[in-house]
Design a protein around this ligand. Structure first.
Ligand SMILES: Nc1ncnc2c1ncn2[C@@H]1O[C@H](COP(=O)(O)OP(=O)(O)OP(=O)(O)O)[C@@H](O)[C@H]1O
Ligand SMILES: [Mg+2]
Length: 506
């Protein structure tokens, strides 16, 4: 039996205009956790596609050996049958099916052609127990948070006797607690002999679980570190990823803070379906000119719901309370009105609210600013192109041209397109919800620099973030939310991670 469960040799994969993988070689030992790191667009997800049969043999050059034999996967189903399961960057469960239906989907056991649902329901329990998910197997998955959905995906992988589990950014939408649980689960599965490839931009996590780390840059495999024989540091990984040292994580903020621009008082929002349920309860806060404020709190605290309801009532069945801009009352009935009045919102969920995937980068950037880009009602195409090019350059969006369809961009680069669109609309109040989710360390720094620059221009920034270091590194004040309420506010100077967590639970 070969020592390696997977060997990738000289793999090259091209898309029109892009060489996504360029002579990549690396191998995964049996029973190890092997992490892949690299900037947005470095080729990580493409590599997963090659390994797992999303791109069939013949669609790439080079060889992939799985369990010592040449992999001839024609599809992802093929690779699953052989014991290789992928959990993708965007979750792939059927939202309207139950937990157990999702677990056994595609490999329903049946007797004489009849599916015995009761059997499946019972059969799902040990897998749920294994991943530590304490839920009724009949629960519909869309009713659960992303963290739990992730666990269902892993339960599904376990039910299929997976030998190599591949996780593409599994913790990017999880909070700290959920992430930690998932990492522990990965380590346990490893003890039982499972091999694992994990992709992550969170280098702390990588260092916590990895036996080996392979760094990709511009489609090439730069180096592999063995964490047992070398003292691997974050700085070493970053240097491999971006090709230079990165000394600080957060740029310095120099904006001076002016008078209050926007106030929110007693803002209360009810759930869109369960009309009696308060999701946000009497939230009040202010933001000043040139100020960055952050909203922290656990998943489900109501942060996104608060922001979306402020942004032209795009969430909730009914809202009450008062919002003012420059001392005047604001009544916003739609996101369109919010944009017209100078409020911009960058959503945390780029698929559902953010982007039109089948449109080009250029169209996606310009489509909140059509009026601004038009003259006498006619679109100024020249200006549209030059604005899109400007953002492509300043945010380093990795795409061969601005005419590329957004769905062909890597996850992190899609996020940059959402951000560009909001920047172009030039709002006075800029609400950014998890602005750096799935963004690599280098690009994070660029996004922080842009936010600071907006503050220097006198804009106000409201940031929702699950990453406490990000809030501490960027915000002038931090509002802490939990269970729909604002529990308190901390100044930058006095705030610590412990205090924020303590306040959330108080
Ligand atoms: N279907 C496609 N058509 C054209 N180009 C593509 C396609 N899929 C990926 N690419 C390009 O290949 C390159 C690598 O993308 P990939 O998704 O593998 O990056 P990644 O390392 O996973 O990045 P991220 O961290 O942002 O998820 C990118 O330049 C991307 O735009
Ligand atoms: Mg990716």
């Amino acid at each position: 039996m070969s020592e390696h469960i997977l060997e990738v040799e000289h793999v090259t994969k091209e898309f029109p205009g892009v060489r996504a993988l360029d002579d990549v070689s690396f191998s995964v030992r049996r029973g190890e956790v092997h992490c892949l790191c690299g900037e947005n667009g470095a080729g990580k997800s493409t590599l997963v596609g090659v390994i797992s049969g999303i791109y069939a043999k013949g669609e790439y050059d080079g060889t992939v050996l799985f369990k010592g034999e040449q992999a001839q996967f024609r599809s992802i189903r093929d690779s699953e049958k052989q014991g290789l399961t992928v959990i993708h960057q965007e979750l792939a469960l059927s939202p309207y099916l139950s937990i157990y239906e999702n677990i056994f989907m595609g490999h329903r056991r049946h007797r004489f052609g009849i599916i015995r649902w009761d059997d499946l329901l019972i059969a799902s329990r040990p897998f749920l127990k294994r991943v530590g998910l304490d839920e009724n197997p009949e629960t519909i998955v869309s009713k659960m948070g992303v963290g739990k959905q992730q666990l269902v995906e892993i339960a599904r992988a376990l039910s299929k006797q997976t030998e190599l589990l591949i996780l593409d950014e599994p913790t990017s939408s999880l909070n700290d607690d959920e992430s930690e649980k998932l990492l522990q689960l990965i380590l346990e599965l490893k003890k039982e002999g499972m091999s694992c490839i994990m992709i992550s931009h969170k280098l702390n996590e990588v260092l916590e679980v990895a036996d080996s780390i392979t760094v990709l840059r511009d489609g090439r495999s730069i180096c592999t570190y063995d964490t047992h024989t070398q003292q691997v540091t974050k700085a070493m990984i970053i240097k491999g990823m971006v090709g230079r040292d990165l000394t600080s994580m957060y740029p310095e903020k120099t904006a001076s803070i002016g008078p209050t621009v926007c106030t929110v008082r007693d803002w209360t929002v009810y759930h869109p379906e369960y009309h009696q349920m308060k999701v946000v309860d009497q939230a009040s806060f202010d933001v000043r000119k040139g100020e960055i404020i952050a909203f922290c709190g656990p998943m489900g605290a109501g942060r996104t719901e608060l922001m979306m309801s402020l942004f032209g009532k795009s969430y909730g069945s009914s809202c009450s309370g008062e919002m003012t801009l420059h001392g005047k009352k604001l009544e916003l009935r739609s996101p369109h009105e919010a944009i017209e009045r100078g409020i911009g919102y960058v959503s945390e969920d780029r698929k559902e609210l953010g982007l039109i995937l089948i449109q080009t980068v250029r169209d996606n950037i310009s489509n909140s600013s059509l009026r601004k880009l038009s003259r006498l009602g006619v679109m100024d195409t020249y200006r549209e192109i030059s604005e899109a090019e400007k953002y492509r350059e300043s945010l380093k969006i990795k795409t061969p041209t601005i005419m590329q369809l957004v769905r062909n961009l890597s996850g992190g680069n899609q996020q940059k397109v959402v951000l560009s669109r909001c920047l172009l609309a030039d709002p006075e109040i800029f609400i950014v919800d998890e602005p750096t989710r799935g963004i690599d360390v280098g690009a994070k720094y660029e996004i922080y620099t842009i936010l600071n620059q907006l503050a220097s221009e006198g804009k106000s920034i409201i940031m929702v973030t699950s990453e406490l270091p990000e809030a501490l590194g960027m915000a002038d004040r931090i509002y802490v939310m939990n269970e729909g309420r604002i529990k308190g506010v901390l100044d930058r100077q006095e705030a610590t991670q412990e205090q924020i967590m303590h306040m959330a639970l108080s």
